[in-house]
Design a protein around this ligand. Sequence first.
Ligand code: G16
Length: 540
Amino acid sequence: MILSVDASPYLDQTLGTSGLRKPTGHAMQPHYVALFMQAVFAELDVAGATLVVGGDGRYFNDEAIQTILKMAVAHKVGHVVVGRGGLLSTPAASALIRARRAKAGIILSASHNPGGPDGDFGIKINAAHGGPIPIAVSDAIHRRTRTTSHYAIADMPDIALDRDGRHQVDGCLIEVIDGVTDYVALLETLFDFDRIADLFRSGFTMRFDAMHAVTGPYATELFQRRLGLPAASLMNQIPMPDFGGLHPDPNPHHAADLVDFVAGRAQADFGAASDGDGDRNLIVGRGLVVSPSDSLAVIAANAHLVPGYRGGLAGVARSMPTSRALDRVAASLGVPCHVTPTGWKFFASLLEAGLITICGEESAGTGSNHVREKDGLWAVMMWLNILAERRQPVAEILRDHWQAHGRDYYQRLDFEEVDAAAAEDLMETLRRRMPLLAADLAGRLTVTEVNDFAYTDPVDGSMATRQGVQIIADEARIVYRLSGTGTRGATLRVYLERFAPRGEDHRRLPAEALAQVQALAMQVADVSRFTGRTSPSVIS
Ligand code: G16
């Protein structure tokens, strides 16, 4: 029996950088998820279609998934492929959407944000190509949510998600599958598993932190069962609804135990972590943390050592705030380097058109054309395959890289949960002052350009404006933008970069190399006055 339920629309269901993200308690309000999904199903026109559904296992996911399955039946969806236990990592979901020729994917995750009743909840919608829906579609969904005052849902028992199976309900096939097998098979087409297993056999030691999030089962199958890594090398590998009380953001701040073990105490050759939904990564070597921007550049420069990329790269891409280390690699390889706004959807368009092979971001996302999302385990496997070929320590690979290309010292400062109006005011004031900044900074920075980044997608011509203010100087760059993934107040991100060319000292600590740029960045935008903070909450 199909029920039509009346309810008042919620007016705050705006989709941000990566789908709908809200505090869990907010998303658990009556009918909140169902009304949002009604708008999604109507906009995507899902009758007869195949959908992929899964998530990172965070608190409230199981309940939300049952709602979505019952609504899929009511909307006459033909086939729903759902991960066992409701689990699918974001990259695995992307692969599955493509493999099953699904019309869309629904990924229940707030990514790297904490989970649990006091944490965050989220819903990401992916398109048939496997990547995030474009802005035009997310805007259309948001418009619909504002007037959606009923939803259709089947009156049926919950579907058992604890084991694989096929459930035929009223013309809709709900297929529960193990999300791990197909994904590991895809990685096997790209990487030399034997060489990596050899590396582990040779005494090379690794530590992987799954942060009690979705990659635990994937990492166990991949690293332990397939590549022979000892079980003790995996940390926090059991997914938990509250991520064990941890914050599943793989940066030096939230993955401090891993960083201390590998970089601090030098007790393993290599360390890595991934986030809530498995699309981000952290790479750590004995004695050092690799910045995401450097990791992207090293991966691109060494991709020819990995079987899946031996044919070369069509092009590469980075998000605007990401350091320019990738641009230098692209120039040396003679391939185009695209610069996009923040948000994987912009890369998905370029990947889909075959314009790029590898792309990534300062926010710890790296990926390739094997899927249309960033992929944490893929990045770890790229490093392992490169290490298996080069047989050098991570620190030496970076040193060689900087010697060849120069080093872009890089840091991101996050001012989290600041007053939203004050943060907007800071950005607007900065925008108004853009024409004056070069003169203001004269003598301290050789400013060549100040702009509010705008982008035209070379594939479909769509435009994105107001994507962040950048001050570009000969020797450095400062970028300011507001995060689109926070759920409380606003998060101001300030990105700092300073270039040390070939032959200069590359062994300084980023904080020290960037101290002067940081002081300028704080002063130019009057960060302390607007935010009430004299220092950032997180530095990565
Ligand atoms: C999403 C996007 C990324 C972006 C990140 C942070 O990732 O897909 O492209 O870099 O958010 O965005 P912001 O700086 O606006 O907070 P995820 O892993 O959170 O889905």
